[in-house]
Each structure stands twice: as structure tokens, then as C-alpha cells.
Design a protein around this ligand. Structure first.
Ligand code: PGA
Length: 261
């Protein structure tokens, strides 16, 4: 049984001073979690504080980063390497988020280099793909997803694929309040799965977790994550409130305590 993976992408919000109070409030609300892997993805400056705070936290909580550079080290002012992240107990790294593609010119080729570098270093890449509204309206969803997947995963082997999480994030649903319907999400996830199955070892491809991201909230998380191929969520806006994020995490856990809805 694959564990669902629910991640909190803080984006460029909150400071390291808010880490401890955030985590305390999250843990006080979320209760016992057995079936979900939870990943906190703060900005780089908050990672050390998170690493410290997570030492005392239950093991279902892990740490991720929002980006990394593909080179191991060197003259790349402003960049962060995989080794720097690993030295701070970071296990996961978001690669190719649509905001990086849109505002920082990240191409599929850059995504491929970062994915390969993350895998080589032993980090788990969360590779983000998703179509824009114009691409959806132009009936190009499958073409775009297939291109981003094939190019972004580059030379990934079937063995590597076992460490990869894919995040399907339709660009038109990110931060807009417009969520894909559960049926739209399932359709895209099933397509992504079929591309993986036809490209890699089918058993490994079936085991890959595909997260949905784009205006996930406590109100829609349960229905989205009940879909066959939706194996978790990548949450932006709603994760900034630790109680909301805790409620989303609970939606991924089958056993529900009576006190939280
Ligand atoms: P959102 O962001 O939940 O604010 O739409 C999701 C994401 O970009 O990862």
C-alpha cells in the first residue's frame, strides 16, 4: 500500500521565527497519523529551524526544499546545492514548480538537470507539471503533460523513478481559488500514470505517488484524495494556516477521529 504524501509549500511566506509556533499548532490539531507522509517545504532560511523542531516531532513529518541547483558546488551566487540541503536533514525537493517556470524561466531541460542531480544526491524530487488555461482550452493537456514528464524525467531509470513524486498542478488552479474537479484531477493523474507505465517498469510506475496541487483546501481535499490515482496533495495558500493544513492531512488518513472533521 502506498502512503499518501501531503506537502506544505510555504512559498515566499513566513520566517524562521514562525516555525515553532506553526508546528506546535499543526501537531496539536492533526492528531495521530499512520498512513500519511507529511512534508514541510519552507523557504531556505527557515529550514534550519524546521530541522531542529522536527527532531522532537513524530516521524511522519519530514522536511523539503522549494528548489536546488543542479551543480554540486561552485561559483553560482545565490544558489543552494543538494549537499547543503542534506546537511540540514532535507529529504525532498520541489523541482520545476510552475512559478519557477513562469517567473524564473525554468525550462524542461533545467528541470531534467535538477531532477537528475537530486536523485544522484539521494534526495526525493517532487517534479511539478501542469498545463496553463490556454493549453487546457486548446485541448493540449495531454500533449503538455507528456512533454513535461518525458523531458523533465530525462534519463531517469526505473530504479530512480521509485524515488520520484510527481505533482500535477494545473497552472490555472494555483493560487486562484479554482480547483480542478475531482474528475478532472483523476483524468490527468490517470494519463500521467499511463505515460509512466509505458515509459518505465510498469510495477514501479504504478507505485509512483502523484500529488494534486492547486487551491487544495480542507473543503475539497477529501474528494480529491479519494480518487484512484490521486496519492496526495501539494498545498500552497491553505497550508499557511497550520490548522487548515492539519485538516487537509487528516483527509488523507483513512481513520478519522470524531473530534476533527
Ligand atoms: P495553492 O498553491 O494551493 O496556493 O494553489 C499550490 C502550489 O503552488 O503548490
Amino acid at each position: 500500500m502506498k502512503k499518501k504524501i501531503v506537502a506544505a509549500n510555504w512559498k515566499m511566506n513566513l520566517t524562521h521565527k514562525e516555525v515553532k509556533p506553526y508546528l506546535d499548532r499543526f501537531l496539536a490539531t492533526v492528531g495521530e497519523i499512520n498512513e500519511v507522509q507529511v512534508v514541510f517545504i519552507p523557504s531556505f532560511t527557515s529550514i534550519p529551524a524546521f530541522a531542529d523542531a522536527l527532531e522532537e516531532s513524530p516521524s511522519f513529518c519530514e522536511l523539503g526544499a522549494q528548489d536546488m541547483h543542479w551543480e554540486k558546488e561552485g561559483a553560482f551566487t545565490g544558489e543552494i546545492s543538494a549537499a547543503m540541503l542534506q546537511a540540514l536533514q532535507v529529504k525532498h525537493v520541489v523541482i520545476g514548480h510552475s512559478e519557477r517556470r513562469q517567473w524564473f524561466g525554468e525550462s524542461d531541460e533545467i528541470v531534467a538537470k535538477k531532477t537528475a542531480a537530486a536523485l544522484q544526491a539521494g534526495l526525493h524530487p517532487i517534479v511539478c507539471i501542469g498545463e496553463t488555461l490556454a493549453e487546457r482550452d486548446g485541448n493540449r493537456v495531454e500533449e503538455v503533460l507528456e512533454r513535461q514528464l518525458r523531458k523533465g524525467l530525462g534519463d531517469c531509470s526505473s530504479r530512480d523513478l521509485g524515488s520520484v513524486v510527481i505533482a500535477y498542478e494545473p497552472v490555472w488552479a494555483i493560487g486562484t481559488g479554482k480547483t480542478a474537479t475531482a474528475a478532472q484531477a483523476q483524468e490527468a493523474h490517470a494519463f500521467i500514470r499511463s505515460v509512466l507505465v509505458s515509459t518505465f517498469d510498469p510495477t514501479t510506475a504504478e507505485g509512483v505517488r502523484i500529488q494534486y496541487g492547486g487551491s487544495v483546501k480542507p473543503e475539497n481535499a477529501r474528494e480529491l484524495m479519494a480518487q484512484k490515482d490521486v496519492d496526495g496533495a501539494l498545498v500552497g495558500g491553505a497550508c499557511l494556516n497550520p490548522e487548515s493544513f492539519a485538516r487537509i492531512v487528516r483527509c488523507a488518513e483513512k481513520r478519522q477521529p470524531t473530534s476533527i472533521t
